[in-house]
Design a protein around this ligand. Structure first.
Ligand code: BEZ
Length: 211
């Protein structure tokens, strides 16, 4: 069955390019991003892994661990990583799971048989420190993902986990936020002393809190 927001991210033990891991233990108290690749030695996947390696610091700053999965075996991953490093101006710095029996891909419903009954689609799962799924994305094999968008969503997830806020369309760090509908006007004034701009009873903005 498909995984839904709020579900516990399935745990697994897997061989990765950085050794064997128990997924939940590896996550520890961090946030996590688990993302799938249809196959090794493929062009779009090569650019995606290179991109994530180059911006890994941006995930770390947010206390997020990144991990990729591809259904190819570990020897294939090690060879492919040499190519990624050579072609993508990067040094691979996060684990890639080898999933030849497709157990991880199956647990996370990453194989969509009406597209391909063996390779995964491009799935993304953002997992919170409570091991619950906070975001899912599914892209086709032909479209590389925008990892800056994934960082943007993580900023929103972390902000809205801490404050009674939501973020509007195309929100970026530092932009005004939306006061949650569950908060009364009186409470909003107390919670957000920086001020609340009331456009409609249901549409109230406030500056992003400093922390
Ligand atoms: C790619 O990464 O370029 C790719 C992988 C599988 C199918 C199509 C494209």
């Amino acid at each position: 069955m498909a995984l839904r927001l709020g579900d516990t991210a399935p745990n697994f033990t897997a061989t990765t390019t950085e050794g064997t891991i128990d997924f939940h233990t590896w996550l520890g108290t961090s946030w996590g991003v688990l993302f799938s690749h249809p196959a090794d030695y493929t062009p779009v996947c090569t650019t995606e892994l290179g991109t994530v390696a180059r911006i890994k610091d941006d995930f770390e700053k947010r206390n997020v661990k990144v991990i990729a999965v591809s259904v190819d075996p570990i020897d294939s991953h090690h060879g492919w990583i040499k190519d990624i490093n050579e072609t993508q101006r990067c040094s691979m710095n996060f684990p890639v799971i080898a999933d030849p029996d497709r157990s991880v891909a199956t647990a996370y419903d990453m194989i969509h048989p009406n597209v391909d009954d063996k390779a995964t689609v491009r799935s993304v799962f953002v997992i919170g420190p409570d091991k619950k799924i906070k975001l899912t994305l599914t892209y086709p094999a032909s479209t590389g993902r925008n990892f800056l968008e994934i960082l943007r969503v993580i900023d929103s997830l972390q902000l809205t986990a801490k404050h009674k806020l939501a973020t509007p369309a195309d929100w970026q760090q530092g932009n005004d936020c939306i006061v949650s509908m569950a908060v009364s006007d009186a409470d909003a004034e107390k919670l957000f002393p920086q001020g609340v701009r009331r456009v409609r009873p249901y549409l109230r903005y406030t500056a992003q809190p400093a922390s």
